[in-house]
Write a new protein. Structure first.
Length: 239
């Protein structure tokens, strides 16, 4: 399962065209990254909600976790709160956000039927499994249902060594037995293996690019699909 992250840089129509291309290539989710657009205040967000026939994710990433917009945090929170009224399938929001804001956001979302991806990014390293487990247990205390087809916990670290891929994939496989939805992989060039294999180890989906990348280590969706096709054919030969 692949989500293609679309950096909304030009017009709404430009981004939606890219999303359509991504779906035609096999994307099962589309994430619109609005923090890439310097005119985010004047975007017509209604155009994005039903732009393609797959679930839509709205994201306005914090600079501290890889976001691009230099905006006051209070204003960023207001923008994200406004997304609830547009009714995307998911809103991606950082676990490290102010907790009062986070509680207000999920309460509003529950009233509108909006689901959430509660995300945690480490731009420097991959933590020990025990630290990741602590983060997940804290996230689970939110008044959200993380069971299948509901809300999702997202843990994205940075691979410093090749071994980090193995550790995060092993964690992903173990966590998949915990009856909650998880996205987990490593960023960076060293983390490409975990990006590609995460869905095969229990991850809900992984992220690919079409056009400009939104994070280090992203592959173009065409490369992703080619790898998946070869992997599945290899599995057929083995069996």
């Amino acid at each position: 399962m692949i989500c293609v992250a679309i950096p909304v840089i030009g017009t709404e129509e430009d981004a939606i065209r890219l999303a359509g291309d991504a779906v035609n290539l096999g994307a099962k989710y589309i994430e619109y990254r609005f923090d890439f657009n310097e005119n985010y205040e004047s975007l017509d967000y209604t155009k994005f909600v039903h732009s393609v026939e797959v679930p839509i994710i709205f994201t306005f990433r914090a600079v501290s976790e890889g976001g691009m917009a230099l905006v006051e945090e209070s204003r960023r929170q207001e923008i994200i709160l406004s997304y609830v009224d547009f009714g995307p399938d998911y809103i991606d929001v950082e676990w490290n956000s102010d907790k009062d804001f986070l509680r207000e956001l999920v309460e509003r979302g529950a009233q509108k039927g909006v689901r959430f991806i509660i995300s945690y990014h480490d731009l420097e390293k991959t933590q020990p499994t025990s630290d990741i487990e602590e983060i997940i247990e804290a996230v689970k205390k939110l008044p959200l249902d993380f069971s299948p087809d509901n809300n999702i916990i997202k843990i994205v670290t940075t691979a410093v060594t090749f071994r980090d891929n193995i550790n995060i994939l092993r964690f992903c496989r173990t966590a998949s037995a915990g009856n909650f939805q998880l996205i987990a992989f490593c960023m960076g060039q060293l983390g490409i293996l975990s990006r590609v294999l995460s869905p095969f180890f229990g991850g809900k989906f992984s992220y690919a690019a079409i056009g400009e990348k939104t994070a280090s280590g992203q592959l173009h969706i065409s490369d992703f699909m080619d790898i998946y096709e070869m992997y599945l054919k290899g599995c057929e030969l083995i069996t």
